[in-house]
Design a protein around this ligand. Structure first.
Ligand SMILES: *[C@@H]1O[C@H](CO)[C@@H](O)[C@H](O)[C@H]1NC(C)=O
Ligand SMILES: *[C@@H]1O[C@H](CO)[C@@H](O)[C@H](O)[C@H]1NC(C)=O
Ligand SMILES: *[C@@H]1O[C@H](CO)[C@@H](O)[C@H](O)[C@H]1NC(C)=O
Ligand SMILES: *[C@@H]1O[C@H](CO)[C@@H](O)[C@H](O)[C@H]1NC(C)=O
Ligand SMILES: *[C@@H]1O[C@H](CO)[C@@H](O)[C@H](O)[C@H]1NC(C)=O
Ligand SMILES: *[C@@H]1O[C@H](CO)[C@@H](O)[C@H](O)[C@H]1NC(C)=O
Ligand SMILES: *[C@@H]1O[C@H](CO)[C@@H](O)[C@H](O)[C@H]1NC(C)=O
Ligand SMILES: *[C@@H]1O[C@H](CO)[C@@H](O)[C@H](O)[C@H]1NC(C)=O
Ligand SMILES: *[C@@H]1O[C@H](CO)[C@@H](O)[C@H](O)[C@H]1NC(C)=O
Ligand SMILES: *[C@@H]1O[C@H](CO)[C@@H](O)[C@H](O)[C@H]1NC(C)=O
Ligand SMILES: *[C@@H]1O[C@H](CO)[C@@H](O)[C@H](O)[C@H]1NC(C)=O
Ligand SMILES: *[C@@H]1O[C@H](CO)[C@@H](O)[C@H](O)[C@H]1NC(C)=O
Length: 512
């Protein structure tokens, strides 16, 4: 409270340009907030709603789900795929997340989403995922975890929902069948009897095993998930925190036979979306087990991500080793940004204010930049964020699209921003109560700078980084992107230098 009160009156603010130049703008409380607007903007959500209301895709014998938009087209409509696709659950996941936003986080904001019944839509789009037949399970393989997220969300709403419970448990059993005690992992891709391929993405599916362990008390599921995570730390993650996409084990000895890539730039590169899945997967593992090795691993991977991102300055490329200029993957940015906000909340819950503010600032800059780069706002567009790469090794490559997982994690990131009190409900009715950080309508900058320190901070950054220009208040990236290029971008290192100089003390106050 001390923090929020003193910051509400802060008047100095920065906006850092792509090239590392610093620009002073409007008020500290408003700047980051205005760039975050699209994360909760009704118009932005309306684009997702355009797809969600198209329930014709769910009618008939072979329902379909949106996966990505036509490459290089302005943004939509989505291409629809059958249940066997790994991405089927991302639209319902996003809809469940919006239900949480408007029923738990911002209950007085329903009007802001035009009274949309997100829960009914979430249920409509997940109902036919509940009884996958064997052919569907065979094509999902480890992705059964991604496709179980709606069941987990449903159980959060209603723990006694027997349909959701039994679907979750039979999916967990399907994943457990992919576990090899010899290898110590669940199988990702079936390449025949001589190979046992495990991809970094698979970290995301361990949640299903942990949820099943919780529901049944069967500790075997948890042991499988831990073993898979431990092997991944040993064999996928490099010393610098980067990751291989694929590790192939011998099914008979469990030895590593090969490391490389399927979707990345090269066999020794770091595919950005895989790196993002790894951060988020290990954050979930820590959240569920409390084993500190998993928090350390998630943080190590996140440090690599943010350091590699700094090299590119403003946006996340599809692979961190691809030569520039190259195509982007905003979906990797949304996933990693959500994961960093998750890390922020995990650090907050351990009382680590420095860690909390560090990850908040890292996530913030990356999310704002990627959203502003990829945000579309033209008529006839259905994806929220463009400039995603689906598979740049496909023939032809599928890049420069909207991807349903990018949109889903854009929504998830928005929820994390709300939960952390960084972004407030638009109706001004705080879901956080009057004693919490988020109670006052002060956005991120409230955590970054105090009035007495602001001038010094800006001065230091100016001295180090160049020229000052005055700019008037910027609109949200969504509204200004078409006319701007790098001017909406915050150079990550410089904004962080400022943020880190002041956050620790402030957040300590806020947390007290
Ligand atoms: C900005 O200043 C920081 C801190 O002095 C420095 O590390 C960084 O290299 C500078 N960035 C540019 C683009 O000059
Ligand atoms: C809410 O209504 C406004 C105005 O008609 C529209 O632009 C927006 O897309 C709608 N949003 C949702 C989530 O329905
Ligand atoms: C609606 O769904 C159908 C598939 O049922 C799809 O072909 C069409 O493109 C979708 N339209 C929009 C606007 O998403
Ligand atoms: C349980 O979850 C399923 C799947 O989302 C849903 O269709 C059903 O309405 C829920 N049942 C109850 C009693 O809420
Ligand atoms: C626990 O789960 C494992 C893995 O599916 C299974 O083999 C075992 O039979 C289960 N144990 C009990 C007591 O249900
Ligand atoms: C995984 O590693 C953690 C941390 O070292 C350890 O506590 C746990 O027992 C390991 N689990 C398995 C199944 O190997
Ligand atoms: C990775 O290695 C495999 C086999 O060693 C090779 O076939 C493949 O082309 C390599 N991939 C890339 C992207 O270089
Ligand atoms: C972390 O774990 C808690 C307790 O199980 C759970 O309520 C929460 O949803 C988890 N957080 C995330 C982001 O999954
Ligand atoms: C707090 O979090 C930061 C950032 O992840 C980390 O470097 C630091 O070691 C953490 N401190 C403690 C006491 O865990
Ligand atoms: C981002 O997407 C827009 C619209 O498709 C495209 O014009 C632009 O070149 C893309 N940016 C990059 C760096 O690929
Ligand atoms: C992006 O995809 C297009 C069309 O498939 C392809 O021609 C181009 O080489 C890809 N861009 C990069 C940087 O790989
Ligand atoms: C902020 O300013 C106060 C007063 O000048 C000073 O005591 C404090 O050390 C500064 N905090 C930081 C983090 O520099």
């Amino acid at each position: 409270m001390v923090c929020a009160a003193s910051l509400a009156s802060a008047t100095t603010l920065w906006l850092v340009l792509g090239a590392g130049r610093l620009v002073v703008a409007e008020s500290a409380a408003a700047n980051f907030a205005s760039h975050l607007e699209p994360f909760g903007d009704a118009q932005t959500l309306g684009r997702l709603l355009g797809t969600a209301q198209n329930t014709s895709a769910q009618v008939g014998a072979t329902p379909t789900w949106p996966e990505y938009t036509v490459p290089a087209e302005p943004g939509g409509p989505y291409l629809f795929q059958p249940e066997s696709t790994w991405t089927s659950a991302f639209l319902p996941q996003a809809l469940y997340a919006l239900d949480k936003r408007y029923s738990v986080l911002c209950p007085n904001d329903r009007a802001g989403s035009n009274g949309t019944d997100w829960r009914a839509l979430a249920r409509t789009w997940s109902a036919s995922l509940y009884n996958p037949n064997q052919a569907v399970l065979d094509s999902w393989l480890h992705d059964v975890g991604f496709n179980s997220v709606p069941m987990m969300a449903e159980l959060e709403i209603d723990a006694s929902n027997a349909t959701a419970r039994s679907a979750l448990l039979s999916n967990a059993e399907a994943l457990a069948k992919l576990y090899s005690p010899t290898v110590g992992c669940t199988l990702s891709w079936d390449r025949g009897p001589d190979n046992f391929e495990v991809i970094i993405d698979n970290m995301m599916n361990l949640r299903l095993l942990l949820a099943a362990a919780d529901l049944t008390g069967n500790a075997t599921y948890r042991a499988m998930a831990e073993s898979h995570a431990n092997k991944t730390i040993e064999n996928h993650i490099r010393a610098d925190g980067s990751s291989f996409h694929v590790v192939d084990y011998s099914p008979t000895t469990g030895e590593v036979q090969w490391r490389g890539t399927a979707q990345g730039y090269s066999n020794s590169s770091t595919w950005s979306r895989g790196q993002a899945w790894g951060i988020l997967g290990f954050a979930h593992m820590y959240n569920a087990t409390g084993i500190s090795l998993y928090l350390e691993t998630a943080s190590r991977m996140a440090i690599y991500f943010s350091t590699a991102y700094d090299r590119y300055q403003t946006e996340v490329p599809w692979d961190f080793d691809a030569p520039l200029p190259t195509t982007l993957d905003t979906s990797a940015a949304m996933i990693a940004g959500s994961a960093m906000l998750f890390l922020s909340s995990l650090e907050a819950s351990r009382g680590n204010a420095t860690g909390m503010s560090h990850w908040t600032a890292e996530a913030e800059v990356m999310l704002v930049n990627s959203a502003s780069a990829g945000m579309r706002n033209n008529a006839g567009e259905f994806s929220i964020i463009g400039n995603a790469t689906v598979d740049n090794r496909a023939d032809p490559p599928i890049n420069n699209t909207g991807a349903i997982y990018g949109d889903a994690y854009f929504i998830e990131a928005g929820n994390f921003l709300l939960e952390l009190g960084i972004w407030n409900c638009s109706a001004g009715s705080s879901p956080f109560g009057s004693s919490a950080v988020g109670a006052s309508p002060v956005a991120l900058s409230s955590k970054l700078v105090t009035l007495s320190n602001a001038t010094t901070a800006v001065g230091q950054a100016l001295g180090a980084n160049g020229t000052t220009t005055s700019v008037s208040a910027q609109g949200s990236p969504e509204k200004t992107h078409a006319a701007t290029s790098s001017s909406n971008h915050l150079a990550p290192r410089d904004a962080l230098t400022l943020a880190l100089a002041f956050c620790g003390a402030c957040v300590t106050l806020c947390l007290q």
